[in-house]
Design a protein. Structure first.
Length: 280
């Protein structure tokens, strides 16, 4: 009996922690969604109006009527995130394969260097990146933002893919080498097909990080035509007001593509990450 009581107490404590974590994580999102459905009077009312009464879609209608640039911002985010993801998967996939499957001197030092680079805060890179792209005449262009995001998130992608490649049995490569296959052939015909779940998981993680990135996109794409969704939404406030209802509705619209992608590929994300976490 004492053991059962202890087990029940432990389970209740665990569920309490999980419930608290879920509420804490989802509360800002739920509050943002509710705010986007409130009239302006309810947002600034005191005491606080928790539930919209009545629900209204007027804030969303105002966005499309008065702030049509939002669609342009979302398109910019999609272009930048897609190009960044493709470039990182192409470069990171080859780099991770080299660091985990090939034997050469200095490989461990390179992995440590990649880890060290990934710890640099983005704000510390801004001055040099801005000066470099300014000299090249690439400011306010897609390549500048894409290359900035690629340099920022490539180390993370290499580490994730390297963890996944380690789960692929070496015997498959050894058998292919006996049959006369080259390293490039082995990578293309054996490693890539087997690492599809890891590539999908890594690609979605990079896509989401690039979509949400703010400092580099703000500095490297300062013109209105090149603003991404986070940057454009942050500049919505007027000169003498801060329209929370419009900002909330715009934010919900901006995160919808990421939410849909995460929901559709949820199983692949979890499968890819868990496969890379344990060796088979």
């Amino acid at each position: 009996m004492p053991e059962r009581r202890t087990s029940l107490r432990d389970r209740l404590a665990l569920w309490a922690i999980v419930a608290f974590t879920v509420v804490l994580s989802f509360f800002p999102v739920v509050w943002l969604a509710l705010t986007s459905l409130k009239p302006a009077a309810d947002i600034y009312a005191w005491p606080v109006v928790l539930w919209p009464d009545p629900f209204t879609l007027a804030n969303y209608a105002r966005i499309f009527a008065e702030s049509r640039e939002l669609l342009r911002y979302i398109l910019n985010s999609f272009i930048v995130a897609t190009a960044t993801t493709g470039l990182i998967l192409a470069a990171g996939g080859v780099a991770a394969y080299s660091l985990t499957r090939l034997d050469y001197r200095g490989r461990a030092a390179l992995m440590v260097g990649i880890l060290a680079v990934s710890m640099f805060p983005p704000i510390a890179l801004l001055p040099s990146l801005f000066d470099g792209f300014l000299r090249l005449g690439m400011l306010n262009t897609y390549p500048a933002i894409v290359l900035g995001h690629t340099g920022l998130y490539l180390p993370t992608a290499v580490w994730i893919l390297a963890s996944f490649y380690r789960t692929i049995p070496m015997e498959l490569e050894e058998a292919a080498r006996i049959d006369g296959a080259s390293t490039l052939r082995i990578f293309w015909s054996i490693i890539l097909p087997l690492s599809t779940p890891g590539l999908i998981a890594t690609g979605l993680i990079v896509f989401i990080m690039s979509w949400n990135e703010f400092p580099l996109a703000l500095v490297l794409g300062s013109s209105d035509a090149m603003r991404t969704a986070p940057v454009g939404i942050s500049l919505f406030p007027g000169e003498f007001s801060f329209p929370w209802e419009i900002i909330s509705a715009a934010t919900i619209l901006a995160v919808l593509p990421v939410v849909v992608l995460s929901a559709v590929f949820q199983q692949r994300i979890i499968g890819g990450l868990t496969a890379g976490a344990s060796k088979s």
